[in-house]
Design a protein around this ligand. Structure first.
Ligand code: COA
Length: 360
């Protein structure tokens, strides 16, 4: 018995941070950002991660034709959790009214959705769960320094969700490749939300922001995703010629193009939606999957490949036979409550918080 995806949905917060907006915050320009990353705009969350997760989850449940009472497992993948205990999955469960389901969080940074799908699909295939909700959600603007052009242009907030259920023979997850290398973990770090160090009343701006080594991460990403997909396809007994759609983690359009061209997968088979979302870490693949389905890019029986890399360093790929249904059973009108201010209002505290790290 395989585990298939029967529902999908996303939440793109209503506030946007465009390249033109960033030109007002840091010394950058629209052409540099588009040419180096493919990004034009990013969602910015004025509420909490659970608010985004709930919207994505309600869309996914509607697409699967189920309600909260039908779930028996909720997993939330995030590197920017709203709270440590109770888990974000428990907070979401309460919000959805899905009392009684198993619920836990998972952190594999930008590989979180692939690790999460490997986990929930294994639990479904083993009969431990029958209907699982998996959410990837991030409020990354919280750990960005909007005075540091090297990092802040890349990331956005958002959520994506899927429902995973048992499927017919031949459909569902065919192969999984997961891996990590802690020895190169220092290439992508933010220390906030951890217990490392002394108790302190104040947050230290230097520890509260993301640090990464751009060119090192670029190479790790291309090599990591390429080799991981090759291993997963090999385990499934397939080749790149058998692949119909690749839904990769959206970190940088150039990383995606470099990895998929090394694999020999035609550009037309690769889902890229980074222009409107930026890098949303664990949320990026389920958001891209939702857009791919909405655009009719996945057909019944397609071989779909998910691949990601992220902090840790982690990587992972999943090869699946999609199954039959590519249309939603029903739709939901869930959306976030509107913001009261604009994106500059949202980022005003951030700019003040990080000011001590900058001369200007
Ligand atoms: C960050 C990244 C976009 C930079 O692209 P790049 O082509 O490698 O650019 P470089 O690092 O060579 O920098 C080129 C120049 O642009 C400058 N630059 C950096 N950010 C800029 C910005 N937002 N606007 C304008 N110029 C910028 C740099 O300061 C550098 O200037 P210098 O040559 O005078 O020092 C790219 O390396 C990348 O995407 N890496 C992966 C990052 C990632 O995915 N992180 C996610 C995991 S946490």
């Amino acid at each position: 018995m395989g585990a298939i995806i029967t529902g999908w949905g996303k939440c793109r917060p209503p506030l946007s941070l465009t390249n033109a907006d960033l030109e007002q915050l840091v010394e950058t320009d629209d052409t540099w950002i588009r040419e180096r990353t493919g990004i034009e705009s990013r969602g910015m969350c004025h509420l909490e991660t659970t608010d985004m997760a709930e919207v994505a989850a309600r869309h996914a449940m509607a697409a699967a034709g189920i309600g909260p009472d039908d779930l028996d497992l909720i997993v939330v993948a995030s590197v920017t959790p709203e709270i440590t205990c109770p888990s974000n999955a428990c907070v979401l469960q309460e919000r959805l009214g899905a009392t009684g389901t198993a619920a836990f969080d998972l952190n594999a940074a930008c590989s979180g959705f692939v690790y999460g799908l490997a986990t929930v699909s294994s639990m479904v295939a083993a009969g431990v769960a029958r209907r699982a909700l998996l959410v990837g959600v991030e409020k990354l603007h919280f750990v960005m320094d909007y005075r540091d052009r090297n990092t802040c242009v890349l990331f956005g907030d958002g959520a994506g969700a899927v429902i995973v259920e048992p499927g017919p023979d031949g459909a569902g997850v065919l192969a999984v490749d997961l891996g990590a290398d802690g020895e190169i973990g220092s290439t992508m770090v933010f220390e906030t939300l951890g217990t490392r160090g002394e108790l302190s009343r104040d947050r230290d701006p230097a520890q509260n922001r993301l640090h990464f080594e751009g060119q090192a991460v670029f190479k790790i990403a291309v090599k990591g995703m390429t080799e991981s997909v090759q291993r997963a396809l090999g385990d499934a007994g397939l080749s790149t010629d058998d692949v119909d759609v690749v839904v990769p983690h959206q970190a940088n359009e150039r990383i995606i193009r470099a990895a998929t061209s090394r694999l020999g997968v035609d550009e037309s088979k690769v889902m890229v939606n980074i222009a409107q979302h930026g890098n949303t870490s664990a949320a990026s693949i389920p958001m891209a999957l939702t857009d791919a389905l909405d655009q009719g890019r996945i057909a019944p029986g397609d071989t779909v490949v998910f691949t990601a890399f992220g902090g840790g360093v982690t990587w992972g790929s999943i090869v699946m036979n999609w199954g039959d249904r590519v249309e939603r059973i029903a739709t939901s009108d869930a959306e976030m409550a509107p913001p009261t201010g604009d994106v500059f209002d949202l980022l005003a505290d951030n700019r003040a918080f990080f000011a001590p790290l900058h001369d200007d």
